[in-house]
Write a protein that binds this ligand. Structure first.
Ligand code: LLP
Length: 437
C-alpha cells in the first residue's frame, strides 16, 4: 500500500477517544490555533515521497518533481526540497515562493499555457532548469526574451497526447480538444521553427499531462507509449537526440471509502513497462505529481455552529468554513470524508449534511454523512484536504483565509498565519474625493 491509498494521514490514531494526527490532539490544535485550520502531517508527506522514490528506484533516469499548484507554501517547499524533489511551477508567485525557500532553481520547470513576458523574464533571471513551451506564441516570446539576455533556454514541448481518461471534465487535460499544448499534428512545424529560427531555445524533449485524480494505469501506459513514439519520430525526422520526457502528474487519492487509487509501485510498473516496450534508448523521465503528494497529509478542522432540521428533510450542520477554504465540492462535486474529533466512534449516529458558512446554497462540504451526534462547538475533521484546498482558497464574503499548521512527533508549528481583518483591507485604496472628511 502507498500513502495515496490511505483515507487519512498515516499517523492518525485515537488516544483517549480523541483523534490525534502527528501525535497532536485535533481538539487541542483547534483550541490553540482556532478554526478553520488546515493541518499538514509531515510524516505522511515524507512517506509518500519515499513511496515514489522506492517505486522508481530501479529506473535510474527518474527525476521527481512536485506540482506546486497543489499546495505551495514555503515550509512545504522546504520539505519537498529536503526529500530531493524538484518543482513544477506555473506562476511568478510559485516561482518566487520556491526561489525564496532556497531551492536550486535548476531543479524547477516552468509550465503554463499563457506565461507572461514578466514571468518568463523572472524565470530566466532565476535560472530555472526547464521551460515547458505550450504554444507557438510562447516559443517566439521566450526566444526573444532569452535572446535579449544572450542566454539559451532549455525547453520541453508540451503536447496533447489525445488520451481521454476517466476523471472530472474540468481536470481532464490530455484529450485532443484542450487548451494545453501542441496538437501532435503541429509538432513538426514547431520543431522546425526551433531548429531553424529560434536560436535561443534548446529542445530537450516532450511534456504531457493527461489529467488528475486518475485511477486507470492504462492511461499512463498509453501516454508514455505516445511520448516515446513522438520523441523517436522527431529524432528520426530531424536527426536530433531528444532524451527527456515529462509525463506530468495525475495519480489519484482516496477521498472516500469508495475510491481505490492504484499504488506508486504499479504506477512505476506501467510507466517503465511502456518505456521498455517502446524505447530503444532510455530517456530521462520527469514525474510531477501534486495531489498524490500532499492530499492525504492534509486535513481541515472546523467548528460546528448552527444546525437546521428541515421538516421531513435533511439535517444541516453548519461549520465555520466552506467553499472559500475548500472550493472542490462546489466546483467538481468532489466527495469528502469527515469525523468528529472527539468520540468519533460513539454509538449514537445520525445522517447529516455538512454545510459551509458562505452565502451560497451550493456551499455544501459533505452531503449525507453518518456522524455521531454533533453539537455546537464540536470539532469536525475533514480528511484529504492537503491538495487544491488552500491553493484554490478565496476571500469570498471577505472572510480571512485560514491558518495552516505542520504537525510531527507531537509538535505543531504554524506554517501559514491566519489572515487578519487588517490583511483583508490592506490592499484597498480610497480615492481622495471619497475620503470621509
Ligand atoms: N503537471 C501538470 C502540467 C498539471 O497541469 C498538473 C495539474 C499536475 C502536473 C499535477 O497533477 P496532480 O498530480 O495534482 O493530479 N484543481 C483541480 C486539479 C487541477 C489539476 C491541474 N493540473 C482539483 O482540485 O481537482
Amino acid at each position: 500500500m502507498s500513502v495515496n491509498q490511505s483515507l487519512k494521514p498515516i499517523t492518525t490514531e485515537i488516544i483517549n477517544n480523541q483523534i490525534h494526527i502527528g501525535g497532536c490532539s485535533l481538539t487541542e490544535l483547534a483550541k490553540k490555533y482556532g478554526t478553520p485550520l488546515y493541518v499538514i502531517d509531515e510524516h505522511t508527506l515524507r512517506s509518500i515521497c519515499n513511496d515514489y522514490k522506492n517505486a522508481f528506484k530501479d529506473y535510474k533516469n527518474i527525476k521527481m518533481m512536485y506540482a506546486s499548484k497543489a499546495l505551495c507554501t514555503s515550509a512545504v517547499v522546504r520539505i519537498l526540497d529536503e526529500e530531493g524533489f524538484g518543482f513544477d511551477a506555473v506562476s511568478a508567485g510559485e516561482l518566487y515562493t520556491i526561489y525564496k525557500s532556497g531551492v536550486d532553481m535548476t531543479k524547477v520547470l516552468f509550465n503554463g499555457n499563457n506565461k507572461s513576458a514578466r514571468e518568463i523574464e523572472l524565470a530566466l533571471n532565476y535560472g530555472v532548469g526547464r521551460f515547458s513551451v505550450d504554444n507557438f506564441y510562447e516559443a517566439e516570446l521566450l526566444n526573444k526574451i532569452a535572446a535579449e539576455k544572450n542566454i539559451s533556454a532549455d525547453i520541453l514541448l508540451r503536447i496533447t497526447p489525445g488520451i481521454e481518461c476517466h476523471t472530472h471534465d474540468y481536470i481532464q487535460t490530455g484529450q485532443t480538444d484542450s487548451k494545453f499544448g501542441f496538437d501532435l499534428t503541429q509538432l513538426n512545424e514547431i520543431v522546425s521553427l526551433i531548429i531553424n529560427k529560434y536560436d535561443n531555445l534548446n529542445l530537450k524533449g516532450l511534456h504531457a499531462h493527461i489529467g488528475s485524480q486518475i485511477f486507470e494505469l492504462q492511461s499512463f501506459y498509453d501516454e508514455v507509449a505516445i511520448l516515446v513514439k513522438e520523441i523517436s519520430e522527431i529524432n528520426k525526422t530531424f536527426g536530433l537526440k531528444l532524451d527527456e520526457m515529462n509525463i506530468g502528474g495525475g495519480l489519484g487519492v482516496k477521498y472516500t471509502n469508495s475510491d481505490n487509487p492504484p499504488n506508486t509501485i504499479d504506477l512505476a510498473k506501467a510507466v517503465t513497462d511502456a518505456m521498455h516496450k517502446y524505447s530503444v534508448e532510455i530517456p530521462t523521465i520527469y514525474l510531477e505529481p501534486g495531489r498524490s503528494i500532499i492530499s492525504t497529509a492534509g486535513v481541515t478542522l472546523y467548528t460546528a455552529g448552527s444546525s437546521k432540521q428541515v421538516p421531513d428533510g435533511k439535517k444541516y450542520i453548519a461549520v465555520d468554513g466552506g467553499m472559500a477554504d475548500n472550493p472542490r465540492p462546489s466546483m467538481y462535486q468532489a466527495k469528502y470524508y469527515a469525523e468528529k474529533a472527539k468520540n468519533p466512534d460513539s454509538d449514537k449516529k445520525e445522517t447529516v449534511t455538512i454545510a459551509g458558512r458562505y452565502c451560497e446554497s451550493g456551499d455544501i462540504l459533505i452531503e449525507d454523512i453518518e456522524l455521531p451526534v454533533i453539537k455546537e462547538g464540536d470539532i469536525i475533521c475533514v480528511y484529504n484536504t492537503g491538495a487544491y484546498n488552500y491553493s484554490m482558497a478565496s476571500n469570498y464574503n471577505r472572510v480571512e483565509k485560514s491558518a495552516m499548521v505542520l504537525v510531527n512527533n507531537s509538535q505543531s508549528d504554524i506554517i501559514i498565519n491566519r489572515e487578519t481583518l487588517d490583511d483583508l483591507i490592506s490592499h484597498d485604496s480610497i480615492p481622495d474625493r471619497l475620503r470621509k472628511q
